[in-house]
Unconditional design. Structure first.
Length: 206
């Protein structure tokens, strides 16, 4: 059962995106499709993310020259399962890249092993237990988890993690509303999801 708050946030986010006129929409995911996706990939959508995708699936448009993601919207109904798994693994793999190449080490893991290969393997073991993040658009993510809603949207690029929306509704404004102004002092998202919140940089979308 999706919470009323999650249903409201997801529907409001879908409505705000539709108002931009930037995308067309396919019919939203059905309960059967949600069940298949969650079973296949081993996570559950947060309530607001689920309600957003139930309202309609944004259709990717041809990429602009130099665009990093050719299909930034996850195509949950039709995308190659290998590519969807890569998108789901993106946040963890990004941290591993920083461990291997940038000497990143999370303090709670204890002392970093002197051998780089052992350090990488140790980091991979620890990261197997961190909360799952689910792609919303390109490298913007929400935490997984039925019964949860209202989490800030996070932009994930290795260990460069920033807020990109107080919640899913605000994210649609920050990402797609060309009329948005600079982030003011009242813009104050608070992430609560373990591990990932400790990588966050202060400040707004950039």
């Amino acid at each position: 059962m999706i919470s009323e708050e999650g249903t409201r946030l997801g529907a409001d986010a879908a409505r705000r995106l539709a108002q931009t006129g930037l995308y067309e929409f396919e019919p939203g995911l059905t309960d059967a499709e949600f069940a298949h996706i969650e079973r296949e990939y081993g996570f559950e959508f947060a309530d607001d993310h689920r309600a957003f995708l139930a309202a309609g699936l944004p259709v990717n448009v041809p990429p602009e020259e130099g665009q990093t993601w050719s299909r930034p919207w996850p195509e949950w109904r039709s995308e190659d399962p290998v590519q969807l798994r890569e998108r789901l693994n993106w946040p963890v793999e990004g941290v591993l890249v920083s461990v291997e190449h940038n000497r990143f080490w999370y303090q709670a893991w204890g002392e970093r092993p002197a051998d780089d290969a052992v350090a990488l393997a140790t980091a991979r073991l620890h990261l197997a237990d961190v909360p799952v993040l689910v792609p919303v658009y390109a490298h913007r993510y929400l935490p997984a988890g039925r019964g949860n809603s209202g989490h800030p949207v996070l932009s994930m690029w290795q260990t460069d993690v920033i807020y990109y929306g107080v919640d899913l509704v605000d994210y649609m404004h920050q990402e797609f509303d060309e009329a948005r102004g600079d982030v003011d002092e009242s813009w104050d998202p608070r992430a609560t999801v373990p591990f990932w919140r400790d990588l966050l940089f202060p400040g707004g979308p950039r």
